[in-house]
Design a protein around this ligand. Sequence first.
Ligand SMILES: CCCCCCCCCCCCCCCC(=O)SCCNC(=O)CCNC(=O)[C@H](O)C(C)(C)COP(=O)(O)OP(=O)(O)OC[C@H]1O[C@@H](n2cnc3c(N)ncnc32)[C@H](O)[C@@H]1OP(=O)(O)O
Length: 147
Amino acid sequence: MCDTAIQDLYAEEFANCFGCGRNNQHGLQLKSHWQGDECICRHTPKSHYTGGVPGFLYGGMIASLIDCHGAATAAAAKSRESGEPISRFVTASLNVDFVKPTPIGIELEIRGKATEIKNRKVTVALQLFAGETLCATGKMILVQLKN
Ligand SMILES: CCCCCCCCCCCCCCCC(=O)SCCNC(=O)CCNC(=O)[C@H](O)C(C)(C)COP(=O)(O)OP(=O)(O)OC[C@H]1O[C@@H](n2cnc3c(N)ncnc32)[C@H](O)[C@@H]1OP(=O)(O)O
């Protein structure tokens, strides 16, 4: 696994996101790492991000985890393909399927893979696991910011 998180390679002006900005002291500060042929993020949400039933995670938080990790996955995949440094991608499209209720209180693992890289556009498929249980999947289209 690469030691440096992808989010720690974002340019200063793009490092303020609530979900993944290292400069956002009130945010989640998610960290994603390339491992093998996919990108991995691990995060344990705080208990107040509960959904309608105590003990289970709010769906908006699930979407946020998938969203920010998807952006990192796109940046890493594009960088590996082009040989260029990590650049910033923004979400153009985000589709989430909630497969099973997601428990709060255990570490979640989000796995991302780029399924297509076409110029500035990267399509990413994501899976969110609680232990061995697949709780949510995502499909995203991300677009590389212009210089
Ligand atoms: C001074 C600097 C200022 C910088 C400027 C501010 C930037 C701010 C940075 C934020 C950094 C944090 C990001 C955090 C991660 C988020 O959470 S991002 C927040 C949610 N997302 C947004 O707010 C994005 C809002 N949307 C947009 O800004 C623009 O629509 C986009 C996504 C940048 C695309 O616009 P564009 O750069 O003009 O690119 P465009 O040529 O339209 O599309 C490129 C390709 O993507 C495809 N595409 C675009 N949208 C879609 C879509 N919805 N579905 C399918 N395909 C699509 C196009 O068809 C095209 O494909 P090809 O024709 O090449 O095959």
